[in-house]
Design a binder for this molecule. Structure first.
Ligand SMILES: *Cc1c(COP(=O)(O)O)cnc(C)c1O
Length: 394
């Protein structure tokens, strides 16, 4: 066997303006180089307590069961579903995007009867369709929706859906992977019973943890289960014994990831949640004004646009891969391509957390202005930057 040792890691420095991960603040990188502790060391237990305290502030919740689950956003999705679903339960899922679709797949694997509320990707979900589904199905246990659908750039209002679910004796579950830390999420005020997120989008930490919060109704359901949670690793009754007062070993906590989340949450709260949402709003508005002035269209309708992720329509005749390839290779900028029915039709531009800056908006607009003419699409020179500049000073 060859003894060749490969060269040292030397990844290029990219500007990550896709659907995540986003670049993270240097402070968060630094936190990850601090000394490891054991997962039951009192010094680490204190860090855990501080982390969940900050997570509750960011979720705007008093929910005791609020923890970061080990794994990425999809582990949060899995934990949210597997802890409340028992075989035969009816779950109504809003599907107007890739992540709504993923929820249906997971829920079905835990034995749920999945009822889809669906429609064209790129439009918000209609509460009337949920009402009809809740009235038709008897005993719906759970209504699940994606707050910020990263495949379409739609921000779905939650309070009305929470009211509808509760009026029919169901819980509301919200995927807040792309919204948390970038747009307002009010778990308690809106009546969201279960929510999960991921650390690599607007929170400003690397991928690897999935914050989750369970409200009183969801806890009640968890406590009264007839069967054991079908997923050992993500069983919140056991995880709660480690994160709560008992400190019972379940699995070794990913110490360094929790350091990163701890520091990222400090950065979020130092900026202030409302200031942070305003920054995401301002930067997203500037980017949208810029692309529209260049003659490009937006997929999500006004009033339902998720600030952390903008879907830009690819003009007729422009090759998706040629532009994204040139952005990556010549400008070190990553943007996302379309998923499912939107493949080749949209670019997904994330302006998330640390990356939600006017500098990144100008950099990307300038690069697009340079690259699009190669594909025969000629934006009016300077129009994009001027419109973005104007939106920023408004
Ligand atoms: C990214 C994302 C997920 C999945 O998260 P992973 O970290 O990729 O597992 C789930 N839901 C939404 C809305 C997302 O944007």
């Amino acid at each position: 066997m060859s003894e060749r040792i490969v060269g040292e890691l030397n990844p290029p420095e990219r500007i990550l303006l896709g659907p995540g991960p986003a670049n993270i603040p240097p402070r968060v990188h630094k936190a990850m180089t601090t000394p490891l502790l054991g997962h039951l060391d009192p010094a680490f237990l204190a860090i855990m307590d501080e982390t969940v305290h900050m997570l509750r502030l960011v979720f705007k919740t008093a929910n005791k069961l609020t923890i970061p689950v080990s794994g990425t956003g999809s582990a949060g999705m899995e934990a949210a579903l597997c802890n409340v679903i028992e075989p035969g339960d009816t779950v109504v899922v809003g599907v107007k995007g890739y992540f709504g679709e993923r929820i249906t797949d997971m829920a079905a694997r835990y034995g749920a009867k999945v009822v889809r509320v669906e429609g064209e990707w790129g439009k918000p979900l209609a509460p009337a369709q949920f009402k009809a589904a809740l009235e038709k199905e008897k005993n719906v246990k759970l209504v699940a929706v994606v707050h910020a659908e990263t495949s379409t750039g739609i921000l779905q209002p939650l309070p009305e859906l929470a009211r509808l679910a509760h009026d029919h004796g169901a819980m509301l579950l919200a995927d807040t992977v792309t919204s948390l830390g970038g747009v307002d999420v009010r778990i308690d005020e809106w009546g969201v019973d279960i929510a999960y997120s991921g650390t690599q989008k607007c929170i400003g930490s690397p991928p690897g943890l999935a914050p989750i919060t369970f409200g009183p109704r969801a806890l009640e359901v968890l406590r009264n289960r007839k069967s054991k949670v079908a997923n050992w690793y993500l069983d919140l009754t056991m995880l709660d014994r480690y994160w709560g007062a008992e400190r019972t070993y379940h699995h070794t906590a990913p110490i360094t990831m929790i350091y990163a989340l701890h520091e990222a949450l400090r950065v979020v709260l130092e900026e202030g949640l409302e200031q942070r949402f305003a920054r995401h709003q301002k930067v997203a508005s500037a980017f949208r004004a810029g692309v529209e002035a260049m003659g490009l269209g937006l997929l999500a309708p006004e009033g339902f646009r998720a600030n952390p992720l903008t879907t830009v329509k690819i003009p007729q005749g422009v090759d998706d891969m040629a532009i994204r390839g040139a952005l990556l290779n010549e400008y070190n900028i990553e943007v996302g391509g379309g998923l499912g029915p939107l493949k080749g039709k949209v670019w997904r531009v994330g302006l998330m957390g640390y990356n939600a800056t006017s500098k990144n908006v100008f950099t990307l607009l300038s690069a697009l202005e340079q690259l699009l003419p190669r594909q025969g699409f000629k934006p009016p020179p300077g129009a994009g930057l001027a419109a973005a500049q104007k939106a920023l000073s408004a």
